[in-house]
Ligand binder design. Sequence first.
Ligand SMILES: NC(=O)c1ccc[n+]([C@@H]2O[C@H](COP(=O)([O-])OP(=O)(O)OC[C@H]3O[C@@H](n4cnc5c(N)ncnc54)[C@H](O)[C@@H]3O)[C@@H](O)[C@H]2O)c1
Length: 364
Amino acid sequence: MKAIRCRLGKRSYSIYVKKNALAHITTFLKQCGIRGNVLVVTNRRIYNLYFVHLKKCCRKAPVRLFYHILPDGEEAKSEKHLFALYNKLLTLGFDRHATIIAFGGGVIGDVSGFCASTYMRGINFITIPTTVLAQVDSAIGGKTAINLPRGKNLIGTFYQPHCVISDVSLLSSLTKAQRADSLAEVIKYGIIWDQAFFSYLERMIEKALAGNATVLEHIVRTSSIIKARVVERDERETTGLRAILNFGHTFGHGFEAAGNYTAITHGEAVALGIIAAARLARTCSMFSARGCERIEQLINRIGLKRSLRSYGITARRALYFMQFDKKRKNQKLSLVLPTTIGHVKVCSDINARKIRAAIMSLAK
Ligand SMILES: NC(=O)c1ccc[n+]([C@@H]2O[C@H](COP(=O)([O-])OP(=O)(O)OC[C@H]3O[C@@H](n4cnc5c(N)ncnc54)[C@H](O)[C@@H]3O)[C@@H](O)[C@H]2O)c1
């Protein structure tokens, strides 16, 4: 199986994307030099669906598998559950040569990665992402995090995995709504980097929504390549390139906060954020009306709602929360805006009235 390489010098790693990739896990573990004690961190749902299968796939690997169940949802990214995880590793006698495998969505990946990066100053870390979002985004790039009561992802590290195993067959147990929610992130990759990929999505979006494994494999592979190329050039967000991954997110984070993180999901907020950014770029004469229309039509076809009101969020409240976005530089809001489909620009001098108008355009 041809791997995608994320080239980061000594921290380089392979991303394996394939239907039934788990069947080859023994080879992947060997290539990374993984042996001995391995703790699989997961939640009850994934455990029930896939743990027996994972164990079977590992039967010829020179590893001793243990598992740890975290609760479902953001609650798992907490000090309480992180420390329970450290204690589990200690109780099992795990030393510096041990390995953690994150087996789940972005939540499991974030907390397991943080634990792996800090336990005994860093142990081996592998991810087997099981959601579309985790396969196309969170499993790649090395960002780990837990939440504090005062905010999401406030504590974290950069810690690259030893490899990422994206088995697209695992996505078959997701609902259509879960797949739709992640597809906004996928559309983002087409807009920021790859026009041909955007056109592919225009042809195949219904198949992706329906869970067609061949289409999802192409989507996960292409998205993984784009994310890896961006991360390679700006591993720790120092050159500014990684900021383009925030396309749609500055607006989106404002919408999520305005809905108290319950009224609107991350994917829905990013979808609306992408529309707001496209409309804003159009108003600033940076982007064509046709480009704007193509983006809105594609998002429409995922079936996500296109107004803030349908989520019970007022435009005024969204605007208020956007002003707190952590990407604000010197009191100026930094926004990623499209110039054509396949290319974006980071702008920090956009007129506040135009930003306001873009949000107001989503009110109804
Ligand atoms: N580290 C990063 O770079 C990065 C990037 C983006 C998002 N994130 C983080 O990722 C998290 C969101 O990730 P997510 O969207 O994967 O959510 P999630 O991990 O909460 O998973 C969503 C739901 O899907 C279920 N699930 C997972 N895999 C399944 C499967 N194969 N079949 C059926 N159900 C399954 C989970 O149990 C959960 O209920 C957030 O905490 C966010 O902050 C991190």
